[in-house]
Design a protein around this ligand. Sequence first.
Ligand code: CA
Length: 234
Amino acid sequence: MRKRILLLEDEQAIADTLLYALQSEGFDVRHVRLAREALAVFAQTPPDLALLDVGVPDGNGFDVCRAIRKTSELPIVFLTARHEEIDRVLGLELGADDYVVKPFSPREVCARVRAILRRSATGLQATAGASPPPVPAAAGVLVLDEQAQRITCSGEWLALTRYEFLLLATLLRRPQRIFSRSELMELVWGGAPHTSDRTVDAHVKLLRAKLRERGLQAEVIQTHRHMGYSLRLP
Ligand code: CA
């Protein structure tokens, strides 16, 4: 079945090039110009992935993302124009999966979309897979359930975005091993272009905040100067 993509973009020229590129790749694209239209489409026919422009005439992509995240984990990619916007995408707990900076090539956007959809498909396969590991990876109170693709903290699910999950799962599978930032970029983000040390650091910061909320010390994820990060066993 063709994958459905919701495209929120108010600049017609940008929307046109994206529409053309995505449709040429066989995606079923629904284009809207306004935040409220995006939410209406999301409610009627939930897409497989959403591409959200940040600045639109009746609001912004952040609010659309927040509204979608209340009920759905569908992959969300921001189309951003300015660096302040990128900081917000990374810094706020919006639960976005990725972002693309304008001006971008439609090809780059298509590549990201394919990569993200492939990753979500792999996640589903892993869930349905025949042989989940018998013993979950655990580091004290944190337990990775590979089959459910979720992590519990003291027995309760952690609400994590896709990348937060992938990052923490990577660290949890091999506690105490130090992962360099470039290793994490490869393992977690699949070497996606525009991923930088800053992306890794920003996500570690978000994870630490979530772990702190659950009463864990933030240092459960340890920083090793000039080397990277590791998960500390209690
Ligand atoms: Ca715009």
